[in-house]
Design a protein around this ligand. Structure first.
Ligand code: PEP
Ligand code: MN
Length: 362
């Protein structure tokens, strides 16, 4: 089945398409008041988690089915469309029965093909938008596989949500953005609508704006942002939820750049880049051929492939050179390591070939 840009009845999809609402539905009042404020700020799609996947037991695990009734009230009162997370067939059936408009599959669930399959089967014959969050682990095929399972059951309106990837080491982000993964997703499936969830990537209120701006600059289609009337007392993810008014302010300052892919000037610069890449590749090829030549010499003179002093000298002089060329030191170091590793591999190949042919001759 062919992937098409997301289509949602009654919503004109302009960038950014925004879904906002609390991490969790907590009470009728919190759900409705958040919705009222969001609707007053022009938000058209309301999100709220009813069944919450929590890392440890004993935390707030969502209000369950009761929350579906509150979502219905949101829809009736504000006219917003509603979205919730489903993690199994039962959730899916209940959400469908209660008229939820859009479903999303959470990061823990999209990592589990059994769960995705049962959700997909529960959606057989139902035409509604389903958003697939990236799996917690950075596995692009698993992410695409989840979308494919849905499409194979006839769900034609799928979109992806980038919410960052889990890492053992905690850094600035709650979940590492690893932007190259959604970028590769876009390269492989150019028509797929991709949203960004800055709340789960950042894990902090002050990161929502810069991550959202970065997502827009990378050409994402929209944002899913956790929004709560009173984040301080939120029962889940309180550090990353913002108020409807903060969201409004962020949306008003986001710079949405034109996504058109080319202009005469850009084309010219791209020709220059293509030429530079061409020279780079030819140079690399030359460099590897010299490395193989060195390999042959070392083999014939019974010298080891790796000569640490020489390697250290090479890295030091090249890094000093890089400083004068406005190249980032860390980048140059990584690049040199990769080039050196490949040279060593090529030299080993030469060693093995020569050793093999000597053996064959003897
Ligand atoms: C959520 O959106 O509230 C949520 C649980 O997200 P994720 O699956 O990305 O952790
Ligand atoms: Mn959350």
């Amino acid at each position: 089945m062919e992937i098409k840009p997301l289509h949602i009845e009654g919503i004109e999809i302009t960038r950014p398409l925004v879904l906002a609402g609390p991490c969790s539905a907590e009470s009728e009042e919190q759900v409705l008041e958040t919705a009222r404020q969001l609707a007053a700020n022009g938000i058209k799609i309301y999100r709220a988690g009813i069944w919450k996947p929590r890392t440890k037991p004993g935390g707030f695990e969502g209000v369950g089915s009761e929350g579906l009734r509150w979502l219905k009230m949101v829809k009736e009162e504000t006219g917003m469309l509603t979205a919730t997370e489903v993690a199994n067939a039962r959730h899916t059936e209940e959400a469908l029965k209660e008229g939820v408009d859009i479903l999303w599959i959470g990061a823990r669930t999209s990592a589990n093909p059994f769960a995705v399959q049962e959700i997909a089967e529960a959606l057989q014959g139902v035409d509604m938008p389903v958003l697939v969050k990236n799996p917690v682990n950075p596995d692009l095929d698993l992410w695409i596989g989840a979308a494919e399972r849905l499409m194979a059951c006839g769900v034609s309106r799928v979109a992806a949500v980038h919410r960052g990837f889990g890492a053992y080491e905690k850094g600035l982000f709650r979940n590492q953005p690893q932007w190259h993964i959604p970028i590769e997703l876009k390269r492989r499936l150019p028509s797929l609508t991709i949203l960004c969830d800055p709340s789960h990537i950042g894990g902090r209120q002050d990161l929502i704006y810069p991550i959202s701006q970065q997502a827009m600059d990378l050409g994402f289609d929209g944002l899913m942002v956790e929004t709560h009337i009173n984040p301080e007392v939120a029962l889940s993810d309180k550090d990353q939820q913002i108020t409807p008014d903060t969201l409004k302010r962020i949306l008003s300052i986001l710079v949405i750049r034109d996504r058109s892919e080319s202009s005469e000037f850009l084309n010219e610069l791209r020709r220059d880049i293509d030429e530079a890449d061409d020279r780079l590749l030819n140079l690399l090829s030359q460099r590897m051929s010299i490395a193989r030549e060195i390999g042959r010499y070392k083999m014939e003179h019974n010298m080891p492939v790796l000569q640490p002093l020489r390697y250290d000298k090479m890295v030091t002089t090249r890094l000093a050179q890089a400083m004068g060329l406005e190249l980032d030191e860390e980048f140059v170091k990584l690049m040199l390591e990769a080039i050196h590793e490949e040279s060593v591999r090529q030299q080993f190949e030469v060693f093995n070939k020569i050793a093999l042919s000597k053996k064959e001759k003897s």
